[in-house]
Design a protein around this ligand. Structure first.
Ligand SMILES: NC(=O)c1ccc[n+]([C@@H]2O[C@H](COP(=O)([O-])OP(=O)(O)OC[C@H]3O[C@@H](n4cnc5c(N)ncnc54)[C@H](O)[C@@H]3O)[C@@H](O)[C@H]2O)c1
Ligand SMILES: [Zn+2]
Length: 387
């Protein structure tokens, strides 16, 4: 089945969020059917540019034909490469293939790379664009919820090293993001839920009203239906992109505020790594548990956050079908010692102190640099001992 990509004329509702980075500013175009306008948008931004699409084997049969047509109808020339799906494509061998294919297709300065897929493709194609011919412009066409609300925005690109995830990469901003929310209709529900965790994160870290809205409308977001705000899914994606764009505009290279986006990620990364980055626990699922733990940890910590708020967060995520407790992960579970080891690797404990994103409540996260590693250990062993 090929997902429908409607023509630009059929698009009745769309939102444009600008990522304000001076000369490197760009638009995120969000809405059902907006991929149909991809060719026209590219022709307007870079008249005469050729394009090279990087995508994966799951996305190609569903979406590539319509994307090629959208480009051809605007007179935009294109070539493509299809790589295997999954994290294993963020590797040196696949990266090499992608770079060589771009060069082989005679893509030159002034031409464009298009990342068509989830976060894996965005990171891989974006990094190839950052280095081929010392830097090519690129466009993100995210096709997973996680990519539409998170990875396609902000210019972080990377592949994985034998030493860890995302260790080889570059900051390289796209020149355009086209987030067609109808493309998510074919996404497996488990992947949709995982992306939803990152969406809920924006409410939890800085926008209590958005969290309230999600609490009331999350079913419409999943269904892609209408709410009082128009298309609920489109609205929620636009709010998420606006939140990420604002943070990225303040702190492009993650020296300050951008760290807030790591809410739930210290616990989450340790759990993901503890499960060997397997299908047992997707990134977004790990982040759902991580956020629930960050709220509980904050509540346990001299009552920094009300216990009722922590309970509400867990209730919401669980209602949406996400795991919220370490025990929700299919066994075997990592031990406290293993998790502490992984947290230390991820974050570097300095003199027994860790940097954590903690919360005073829903919508009120902050960076805490002085968290005692021993306190985290005690908390995790208590959590693991729960039935
Ligand atoms: N650069 C950043 O700022 C950033 C932020 C968060 C995550 N990431 C990275 O993103 C990656 C995870 O991204 P992801 O969750 O999108 O995973 P993914 O790209 O692997 O996509 C998940 C699965 O869905 C399939 N798929 C994609 N679109 C589809 C569609 N429309 N219909 C049906 N199937 C579809 C893919 O083939 C894949 O099997 C990780 O590598 C992570 O490190 C990067
Ligand atoms: Zn994440």
């Amino acid at each position: 089945m090929t997902a429908p990509v409607r023509s630009a004329a059929a698009v009745d509702e769309r939102e444009i969020v600008n990522v304000n980075l001076g000369a490197r500013s760009y638009d995120i175009v969000i809405g059902r059917g907006v991929a149909g306008s991809l060719g026209e948008r590219i022709a307007a931004l870079r008249p005469g540019a050729k394009t090279f699409v990087v995508t994966d084997e799951n996305v190609a049969p569903l979406i590539l034909p319509a994307i090629k047509q959208a480009l051809a109808s605007a007179g935009v020339k294109t070539d493509s490469i299809v790589v295997p799906p999954g994290e294993s494509s963020k590797s040196f061998p696949v990266f090499e293939q992608v770079c060589e294919a771009i060069v082989g297709a005679r893509i030159e300065r002034g031409d464009l790379v298009i990342a068509l897929g989830g976060g894996v493709i965005g990171d891989l194609a974006g990094f190839a664009a950052a280095v081929v011919r010392r830097g090519l412009d690129y466009v993100q066409v995210p096709t997973t919820l996680l990519a539409q609300v998170d990875s396609s925005v902000g210019g972080k690109t990377a592949i994985d090293s034998a030493h860890g995830k995302n260790l080889i990469g570059a900051f390289h901003q796209p020149i355009l993001v086209v987030a067609d929310t109808a493309l998510l209709d074919t996404l497996p529900i488990r992947e949709f839920r995982a992306g939803y965790a990152e969406m809920a994160k924006y409410g939890l870290l800085g926008d209590a009203a958005f969290f309230d809205w999600l609490d009331a409308n999350w079913k419409e977001v999943f269904a892609g239906g209408k709410s009082s705000e128009g298309f609920a899914r489109d609205h929620a994606i636009a709010v998420s992109c606006r939140a990420k764009a604002a943070i990225v505009a303040r702190d492009e290279r993650e020296t300050g505020d951008r760290q807030l986006l790591n809410l739930g990620h210290t616990f989450g990364h340790a759990l993901e790594a503890g499960c060997g980055f397997s299908q047992r626990l997707l990134h977004g699922e790990a982040i759902a548990i991580g956020m629930a733990l960050a709220f509980e940890f904050s509540a346990a910590r001299q009552g920094l956050c009300a216990k009722a708020e922590a309970a509400r967060v867990a209730r919401h995520l669980a209602a949406a079908g996400l795991p919220t407790r370490i025990q929700d992960i299919p066994p075997p579970l990592p031990s406290t010692g293993e998790l502490m080891e992984l947290i230390a690797q991820d974050k570097k404990i300095k003199r027994g102190r860790l940097t954590f994103i903690l919360v005073r409540g829903i919508g009120d996260a902050f960076i805490e640099t002085g968290v005692d590693a021993a306190e985290v250990r005690t908390f995790l062993s208590e959590k693991l001992a729960e039935q």
